[in-house]
Structure formats: C-alpha cells, structure tokens
Design a protein around this ligand. Structure first.
Ligand SMILES: Cc1cc2nc3c(=O)[nH]c(=O)nc-3n(C[C@H](O)[C@H](O)[C@H](O)COP(=O)(O)O)c2cc1C
Length: 205
C-alpha cells in the first residue's frame, strides 16, 4: 500500500486500489517486448458489444517516429511531462460497423480496452496516465488515421520516477490527495438520487 492508494470503504483488489495516474516518469526506462506485448494483449482481450472490437491503437516507444508524432499532438500542459514516458498509445475508435451503420458504443468499448491496458500496466509494475488533452485532427493527419476512425485518447506508460523531479506546479498535483465522489452520490437505488443502501455507512473519497 502506497500513500497514493485509494481510500475505500472495504478492500478492493490491489491492482485497482493502487493504480493511479502519475506525471513523473523515469526518462531512463525503456519498454521491453516482455512489457509491451502483455499491454497490447490486455487491451485486445477487452469485451465489446457483439465482439466488434471497434478499437485500434497507434503505439510509439520513446525515441521512435510514432512516439515523436504522438507527443507533438499533446496540449502543452501534457507535453510538459509526458515526454519522459516510455510508451505513448493512442486509442482510436471505429465509428461505423462493417455494414456501414453507426456504432454508437464504439467509444465505450474502446475506453474499456484502455482501462484493461492501464490495469495491466500496473500489474507489470508500470504506471499509465490517460490523456484527452491532444489535438485529434493533428493526430489524424500526422499518423494517417482514415475517415471513420475517431482518436479518443493518448495514454502515457512508463516507470514511476520521484515526484520531486517535476516542476513545482506539477509536483503539487502529483502529491495532492486522491479523491472521489462518495458512494452515496454515485450509486442510486429505486430512483435517481436515492442512495443505494449498502452494508457500510462509510462515505470514502
Ligand atoms: C479520458 C481521460 C482523459 C484524461 N485527460 C487527461 C489529460 O489530458 N491530462 C492529464 O494530466 N490527465 C488526464 N487524465 C487523468 C485524470 O486527470 C486522472 O485519471 C484523474 O484525475 C484521476 O486520477 P487517478 O487516475 O490518479 O486516480 C485523463 C483521464 C481520462 C480517463
């Protein structure tokens, strides 16, 4: 258990409680195939509606051209720190099914695949930090994403480095308390807003 571990009413699996999104990545760490392939497999084996697997991914390792292009699409606030990560993974969703009809659930399924990738990263002793702060049009052009596919996120993955290596403003965010809306405001029962009665009176953050 680390100081970043989630405060939960009862214990949840350590992979979930201990996962968090750092900004301080070790710029000397390089990702091996032994780390990379399980990450890809964890995403590939996510469930999806009718097993349509609407996700595709663009993957760059620090030092290669894909990584440079992905990094360049990030907003400045993310570029500040994400360039020390070992891997950048853009998640892209197919907006149409093979028969050409719109796929309303594509983003839902693709987010789930990224969640699996993030948890697998943690299981490997790495950390993952998802980002919506990037320019999807720039990504589309610079990495050749075809029409009908929508870039949704870029995830930085790597080994954790000490928070005090970050610039001051980022350091404060790195060590700020992790919080969540209470259970009672998140899970409802008979009607919207009625807290689900469960066997704990805790309102964990
Ligand atoms: C879809 C998505 C987009 C996000 N975009 C950004 C981002 O652009 N920049 C950033 O620093 N963090 C981003 N985050 C990280 C969240 O801020 C972070 O997950 C949240 O504060 C909870 O912290 P935790 O992951 O450590 O529990 C994003 C997370 C998700 C899931």
């Amino acid at each position: 258990m680390s100081p970043r571990t989630a405060t939960t009413a009862v214990a949840v699996h350590p992979l979930l409680a201990d996962r968090w999104s750092p900004r301080s990545f070790d710029a000397t760490h390089t990702i091996t195939d032994e780390e990379l392939v399980p990450l890809l497999e964890a995403a590939r084996w996510a469930p999806s509606a009718r097993n349509l697997q609407p996700w595709r991914f663009l993957v760059g390792r620090r030092g290669d051209e894909a990584y440079r292009r992905l990094l360049a699409t990030l907003v400045p606030g993310n570029q500040l720190w994400a360039g020390n990560s070992s891997l950048l993974v853009a998640a892209v969703a197919a907006e149409r099914r093979e028969d050409g009809t719109p796929h309303q659930g594509a983003a839902y399924d693709t987010g789930l695949a990224v969640a699996q990738l993030s948890v697998q990263a943690h299981a490997l002793g790495l950390h993952a930090h998802q980002m919506g702060g990037f320019d999807p049009e720039r990504l589309r052009v610079s990495l050749g994403v075809p029409d009908g596919y929508r870039p949704l996120s870029i995830t930085a993955i790597g080994a954790l480095a000490a928070a005090d290596l970050l610039p001051k403003e980022l350091r404060d965010r790195e060590t700020a308390a992790r919080e969540r809306r209470p259970l009672t405001e998140t899970f409802f029962a008979e009607s919207w807003g009625d807290p689900l009665p469960v066997g704990t009176d805790a309102s964990p953050s």
